[in-house]
Design a protein around this ligand. Structure first.
Ligand code: MOS
Length: 710
């Protein structure tokens, strides 16, 4: 057998289960006596619930209970003296309404249809108070976040760009964007007695969910079992435990039966976060030969009045380019809206749109090629942290991307390249995201039949975690992939971090690497061979010879001190070729190339899919997606997938990912840096810059819809 190499383009190990319906998602677990929960949303945007009439709902067929603030059993973690209080909105704990659509009741019935019907019969009387949902109107109420992590940053002189010979100073606006994974958020809660509960839920981090539920209900952590084996997309919307998940557990306790609570698509717009509406100002100053003199980046984004959300929108401007002077300011504007949360490339995707657009604008002012401008300001070391990069191959990314897209066809003067009726343009934009790694434990077992199973409490929200882990294990152990299975998505498995921030392969993959090396070493030891021997041994025979029915090991793997001496980022350079129709304003993305410096690629097929998926998200960001609130009512007017436009197949061109595929020597034993976030960061700017190159219209307010171009 040919040994599996790192990078092997293995088919998804659970692909067949997924496409045949064999994969079981949270809402599909059978529970005896299951009941169904449907939330009732508030119809005001701010105020209090003074009374509720639940009688009609309670009399409706099949209704088991109607939970409101007036009868909800207390949740220990909601109390003021709780040891670990629940963060954010506490449903049914008080009568306050902070935003339109906030749940004010939960109807439990024998079927989903009956719960849905009865939920419509619940009425409330409110005392309304004035509300604010308009971002523009409240822009000046922006405050420095309370959490202390977003202080103003200055390197050298603040606002130094103002004194440079060539200046760009512009505002860039992004609307709120909704994650809208295909799978709705669903939670099934089933208690065992009074002190133990099973929760089947859409989660990016089963251990985080376990802690949240344990804290909320005052349970021992090990008495909370979170099951999230398959997740139908999340993009950040399942990084935390949401109020409806707590409500499902609370309801199951009250009715003493399992409860399944499914959000509707409309509720997905109010209850599980989104990328916040953001207005950014970029100031760039350069010398006539294109050396940056100063970078200023300011960002205002919306947050909720009841909980503060922050993200790294301005961080990219501190480290992406060499500039002696750089300063950033970050403000949040509390509004009567649901709280935002991280969405793929959280912060950086927003910030990179502004910075990479401004840099493109500067290139035209200077009469310089955008790639040449970036090369003139190449950061050879991290200018923010003053550390060497652990690895950085961005020059190679520029060169590969330019050659693959045919950058030499690009005409510097906008509006000069035609293809029939269409104007054609080229653009590029870069991305970067911190390459992180967290402590992870993996357990491994070799059985007498030669099969290997590994366990870790990580997740797979779609990237193909199990596939990448199988490649690593097969590579180290020298076994075929079908002899290996990787189990995840269960809080009872060994400790792993939440699947967020592009760190799963680096964290869990390193632990898989280490535990496989340990297992292999043990088997060589038993065979009387040195652990680094290259002789092939028959694992099954070794077990047999030593009378072992199986061999099981467990090991923790964590970042070492050496890695801290470097600044570690994944980088991407996105190249777009677009066509703009001058009469209709239609934009067609014709080609998108993502060139990726993410260290060693472990699983080529799934990593490519990650890059393609992120690029699709970027195309949505730049061309179609926008959640709109009618500020007269404080309510989303396009809170459904018919009116909120995600890109469809017809919007998506051939997208190609090219990997530099050079291992990072410091970050971890497998040399990976992560692709989840950089797949999206920089895409919006690449497309917007290509639109400008095509037709000469600079659109600084996303999405770039035809009305803005004609
Ligand atoms: Mo990602 S926004 O860290 O799920």
């Amino acid at each position: 057998m040919n040994k599996i190499v790192l990078g092997e383009p293995l088919n998804r190990v659970d692909g067949r289960l997924k496409v045949t319906g064999g994969a079981k998602y949270s809402g599909e677990y059978k529970q005896p006596g299951l009941t169904y929960g449907v939330l009732v949303p508030a119809t005001i945007t701010s105020g209090t619930v003074t009374a509720m009439d639940t009688r009609a709902a309670e009399r409706a067929p099949g209704v088991v209970a109607v939970i409101t603030v007036f009868n909800a059993p207390a949740v220990p973690g909601f109390q003021k003296d709780a040891v670990k209080p629940v963060r954010g909105l506490k449903l049914f704990n008080d009568n306050k309404v902070y935003f339109n659509g906030q749940p004010i009741a939960l109807v439990i019935a024998e079927t989903f249809e009956r719960a849905t019907y009865a939920a419509k019969l619940v009425t409330a009387t409110y005392a309304e108070t004035p509300f604010e949902t308009s971002f523009e109107k409240n822009f000046d109420k922006g405050v420095v976040p309370n959490n202390g992590q977003y202080k103003d940053y200055v390197r050298g002189l603040a606002d130094a760009y103002k004194n440079a010979p060539v200046i760009v100073e512009e505002d860039y606006k992004l609307p709120s964007e909704m994650h809208n994974p295909m799978e709705l958020h669903v939670t099934i809660a089933a208690w065992v007695g009074d002190d133990e509960v099973h929760v089947y839920t859409k989660s990016q981090g089963v251990m985080g969910s376990q802690r949240s539920v344990a804290n909320a209900f005052g349970l021992a952590t090990e008495k909370v079992h979170i099951h999230s084996r398959f997740v139908g997309g999340a993009f950040g919307s399942s990084l935390r435990t949401w109020p409806h998940e707590i409500a499902a557990v609370q309801a199951a306790k009250l009715v003493k039966r399992p409860v399944k609570l499914t959000l509707t698509r409309e509720q997905m717009f109010t209850s599980v976060g989104y990328r916040p509406l953001t207005i950014q100002k970029i100031g760039l100053g350069a010398t006539l030969d294109g050396k940056l003199v100063g970078i200023t980046h300011e960002s205002h984004s919306q947050t909720a009045v009841y909980e503060e959300f922050t993200e790294n929108a301005v961080a990219v401007s501190r480290f992406l380019y060499a500039s002696a002077n750089a300063n950033t300011r970050y403000r949040v504007v509390p509004l009567n809206v649901g709280v935002p949360c991280p969405m793929r490339g959280p912060g950086e995707a927003t910030g990179a749109f502004a910075l990479e657009s401004a840099l493109d604008e500067l290139s035209y002012k200077l009469g310089m090629d955008p790639i040449a401008l970036r090369l003139a300001n190449y950061a050879e070391t991290d200018p923010e942290r003053n550390l060497p990069w652990s690895s950085k191959y961005v020059k190679e990314c520029y060169a590969l991307g330019a050659s693959r897209i045919g950058w030499d066809q690009r005409l510097a003067h906008p509006g000069s390249l035609r293809d029939g009726e269409w104007l054609v343009g080229y653009g590029m934009g870069c991305g970067a995201f911190g390459a992180h790694r967290s402590a992870t434990t993996v357990r491994i077992r070799l059985s007498a039949d030669g099969r290997v199973v590994l366990w870790s409490a990580t997740s797979d929200i779609g990237p193909g975690t199990g596939t990448a882990m199988t490649v690593i294990a097969a590579n180290i152990l020298g076994l075929p992939a079908d002899k290996i299975s990787f189990e995840l998505g269960d809080s009872g498995f060994p400790t792993a971090p939440t699947q967020g921030g592009s760190q799963t392969v680096s964290s869990v993959g390193s632990a898989v690497h280490d535990v496989c090396v340990a297992l292999r070493g043990r088997l060589y030891e038993l065979s009387g061979l040195p652990v680094d021997s290259t002789t092939d041994i028959d694992y099954v025979r070794v077990l047999k010879e030593h009378g072992l029915p199986e061999l099981e090991l467990s090991g923790e793997s964590k970042p070492d001190a050496e890695a801290q001496k470097y600044s570690s980022y994944s980088f991407s350079a996105h190249f777009a070729k677009v066509a703009v129709h001058p009469l209709t304003g239609q934009v067609r993305v014709r080609q998108l190339i993502a060139v990726v410096d993410a260290g060693k690629v472990i699983s080529h097929k799934t990593a490519s899919s990650q890059m393609i998926g992120g690029a699709v998200g970027g195309i949505g960001m730049v061309l179609t997606e926008e959640a709109v609130i009618d500020d007269r009512f404080g309510k989303y007017i396009n809170g459904n997938l018919a009116d909120y436009h995600v890109p469809v197949n017809a919007d998506i061109p051939d997208i190609e990912a090219i990997f530099i595929d050079k291992p990072d020597p410091y970050i971890n034993p497998i040399g990976t840096k992560g692709v989840g976030e950089i797949s999206l960061i920089g895409v919006a700017a690449a497309v917007a810059n290509a639109v400008y190159n095509a037709c000469g219209k600079r659109i600084r307010e996303l999405p770039i819809t035809p009305d803005k171009l004609i």
